[in-house]
Design a protein around this ligand. Structure first.
Ligand code: SIN
Length: 276
């Protein structure tokens, strides 16, 4: 695809591209916005370097792509409920995103995208990995595609937000409410029309209509499949890098290999629609 106002350099054949020639903290012209959008549709996750951005500028960039999503439980900086803090240090017992996932797939309308700005990084390590749900789906055999194409699975959050992260008290949806939703295992991307595998080991718990043994075995096979390195790219952060991923067709997981060092940043998440 020709780009005129930005430069787009793929980081792997199937997923991920680095974008240069744009300052996303500033208002964007229509064409630049459209080209960033097109690059995201083409590559599923896009990366920017050297973006000094405050929280308001971060939210303004996110709002170009849709309304902002409010996380059911995650900590937000004072006065910015649409932002979640991503932080790890010597006191951390867990960090967000250590299993492959699509953000907040437990919601009825899971977020379309997420924009992570990391400004404090460890000396080395702390990468984020991304997996293409398109590549994973397309690589399945026809009989397995036929088996999963019509199935739906439950995406739950209590086992993540309450049991792993200890969230409690007043949540977005009320006292001790942990969202759960039934979504297709294979979703069709509303913009590209491509099919993507849409189960993840963080939130997806069981396939509707199957007995537990069947459901566990099929989910394990699909999680192992998503973990195939050929479907991946891996992003090495620098100070003030930004990653913007499309949750409808890409999964991600963070790599916490830098304990006890500090890694700190903020994520803006963009509302999405009901998967079909
Ligand atoms: C996330 O899952 O949003 C966090 C990713 C990261 O910190 O690398």
């Amino acid at each position: 695809m020709p780009y005129e106002t930005i430069q787009v350099d793929p980081v792997s054949p199937l997923i991920g591209a680095e974008i240069s020639g744009v300052d996303i903290s500033q208002p964007l012209g229509n064409q630049t916005f459209q080209e960033i959008h097109d690059a995201l549709m083409e590559h599923q996750v896009i990366f920017f370097r050297d973006q000094g951005m405050d929280l308001d500028q971060h939210k303004a960039f996110g709002r170009l792509f849709g309304e902002l999503h409010i996380h059911p439980t995650a900590k937000a900086p004072e006065g910015h409920p649409e932002i979640i803090t991503i932080h790890a240090d010597e006191n951390s017992k867990v960090v967000a995103g250590m299993k492959w996932h699509s953000d907040v797939s437990c919601d009825e309308e899971p977020p379309m995208g997420s924009i992570l700005h990391v400004h404090t990084i460890p000396d080395v390590g702390g990468d984020t990995m991304f997996a293409s749900g398109y590549a994973a789906y397309e690589a399945l055999s026809e009989p397995v595609k036929a088996l999963i194409d019509g199935l739906k699975a439950w995406n739950e959050s209590a086992q993540v937000h309450r049991d792993r992260f200890g969230a409690s008290g007043k949540l977005r949806d009320g006292e001790n409410a942990f969202p759960e939703s039934l979504h297709p295992i294979v979703r069709t991307h509303p913009v590209t029309g491509r099919k993507a595998l849409f189960v993840n080991e963080n939130f997806t718990t069981r396939i509707e209509g199957l007995n537990k043994n069947e459901s566990d075995a099929i989910l394990k096979m699909l999680y192992d499949h998503i973990a195939t390195p050929e479907f991946h790219c891996r992003f090495r952060w620098r100070e003030n890098s930004v990653a913007f991923w499309d949750n409808r067709c890409a999964q991600h997981r963070t790599v916490w290999d830098y304990y006890p060092q500090v890694r700190h940043g903020y994520r803006v998440t963009i509302a999405g629609d009901k998967p079909f």
